[in-house]
Write a protein that binds this ligand. Structure first.
Ligand code: NAD
Length: 462
């Protein structure tokens, strides 16, 4: 597919999303005109909550992958290292990419998967296959929701790369469809499974932090070179910067923080205010690096470089949320947590506990691992470091999904988490347009967050 037609795809998806929003003015008006009104779409007849719903037991989990680019192949490698998984089908619009992924499967001594490479909607045939239990999509963002909806409607559980939805209405459609079809619709948020994140989660659960007050989350990653490449993410990930001003990638920071705060288990995101800095990163990179005859010179970058938002939760807690992928900096997801008894700051991971000997000084998190390392990391950490991307957390995520499906457990996160963590993509844009006015989060659980005791994140008792 050419760069031009990929761009049409994104523009077409944006137009379709705009049309869908226009068709439901009540929901949109409520979200922008009165930020104090709770946004709850009525429950469609016959739907039931998906909070805490266990998977049926699967002896072997048969996985299909849509999108076998960099990420799809990386997660494929992790799945191939896990017992009890079969890769039965692969789809990509570029046949060579699907074939490369298929070669990984056969090289691992497994049966060759069926390939679906007949255009951008061939995943519609893939999801119909009987020998598929779980559909994972690692496509460009606009395809996440269409693939997940098709999978659920065909009776398959599904998981998407991040973010799972780009508009409020897409997020509601995923929630409604998951509830109606009784299929899980998950977001594969690998950062929830990092070694530091799961260690801190265990400390939170064991009361080390006292009362939780404030957290900080971000995606701060210099992607300038990648965004301008004529391959892989350079073919699609720069375009949203020409179309919208918002936080394009909220979930890597927000997922772990939501897990610490127990969002949808007694608390929820209530509203957000957002503002962006001026744009400079992409324009200045282009000036320095793009040949003068490059088609990229026709682009105008609308997104401010550093998007900063504040989320208030129903319990009154605060979350700082940032996004910048176009300026020089060492990588950070912030990943900070303040409680009444302790504070954690990441990059590098360090902790201060009230009254610690030596006074107000940071102690490396590694010194607490002996007592608080999460049992998942203790059990399969060596395997994860050997087989998994991003320091092993990608393997832990894949391992845990397969464990939940094989043992018949509820997933660690559900469609409501996926929707709430993704929806800042839409809400921050609304806030910015209104001069940083507060914008209410929809209550995707329709009130069930108050009393929910559904598990969130992997159990941390050894
Ligand atoms: N969780 C993480 O740490 C992480 C890391 C990198 C990327 N990602 C996410 O993974 C997704 C994919 O990113 P990537 O880096 O692999 O990009 P990529 O461009 O390398 O891969 C995307 C693949 O999807 C294919 N594709 C496009 N439209 C399709 C369609 N309709 N049907 C089937 N295949 C289609 C493309 O041909 C390509 O092979 C994105 O959502 C990205 O944000 C997540």
């Amino acid at each position: 597919m050419s760069e031009l037609s990929r761009r049409d795809l994104l523009t077409g998806a944006a137009a379709a999303a705009a049309a869908a929003l226009a068709a439901t003015p009540a929901r949109l008006l409520a979200s922008t005109d009165d930020w104090r009104v709770d946004l709850m779409a009525p429950t469609p007849a016959g739907n039931g909550s998906m909070l805490g719903v266990p998977f049926a037991r699967h002896d072997v989990v048969r996985v299909a992958i849509v999108g076998t680019g960099l990420r799809g192949r990386s997660v494929l490698g992790e799945l191939l290292a896990i017992e009890g998984v079969e890769i039965t089908a692969l789809a990509d619009i570029v046949p060579e990419k699907a074939q490369r992924a298929a070669a990984m499967v056969t090289k691992a001594g497994r049966q060759a998967p069926v390939l679906f490479t007949d255009g951008e909607r061939d995943f519609l045939r893939l999801v119909q296959r009987d020998e598929v239990d779980f559909v994972y999509t690692a496509t460009p963002w606009p395809w996440h929701t269409p693939v997940m909806l098709a999978a659920m409607k065909a009776g398959k559980h599904c998981g998407s790369e991040v973010p799972i939805a780009l508009t409020v209405d897409e997020a509601w459609e995923l929630v409604d469809t998951s509830e109606k079809t009784r299929r899980h619709c998950l977001m594969m948020e690998n950062c929830c499974y990092g070694n530091s994140e799961l260690t801190v989660l265990r400390m939170v659960r064991e009361g080390v932090f006292g009362t939780l007050l404030h957290a900080e989350a971000a995606y701060l990653h210099d992607l300038r070179k990648i965004l301008f490449e004529n391959r892989d993410e350079g073919l699609w990930r720069r375009f949203p910067h020409t179309e919208r001003d918002t936080n394009f990638y909220p979930t890597h920071g927000l997922g772990p923080v939501a897990q610490y705060l127990g969002i949808h288990r007694g608390d929820r995101f209530e509203y957000v205010v957002s503002m962006s800095s001026p744009e400079a990163g992409l324009t200045e990179w282009r000036e320095r690096n793009e040949p003068k005859d490059s088609p990229k010179w026709s682009e105008t970058y609308k997104a401010g470089d550093m998007n900063t938002s504040l989320i208030k939760t129903a319990k009154g807690r605060t979350i700082l949320l940032q996004h910048d992928v176009v300026n020089p900096r060492p990588y950070s997801r912030l990943n900070n947590l303040q409680g009444s008894k302790a504070v954690f700051n990441d990059y590098p991971p360090r902790l201060y506990i009230d009254g610690a000997p030596g006074g107000e000084r940071w102690t490396p998190l590694s010194e607490f691992k002996g007592q608080y390392e999460h049992p998942l990391w203790t059990a399969v950490g060596d395997l994860a470091r050997k087989n998994g991307g991003h320091g092993g957390m990608d393997f832990i995520m894949a391992y845990r999904l397969i464990q939940c499906m094989r043992e018949g457990l509820a997933p660690d996160f559900d469609v409501y988490d996926a929707a709430a963590w993704s929806v800042p993509y839409a809400l921050c844009e609304q806030s910015i347009r209104k001069g940083s006015a507060p914008v209410r989060f929809p209550d995707f659980t329709r009130g069930a967050w108050r009393a929910s005791t559904a598990p969130q994140g992997p159990a941390s008792s050894p």
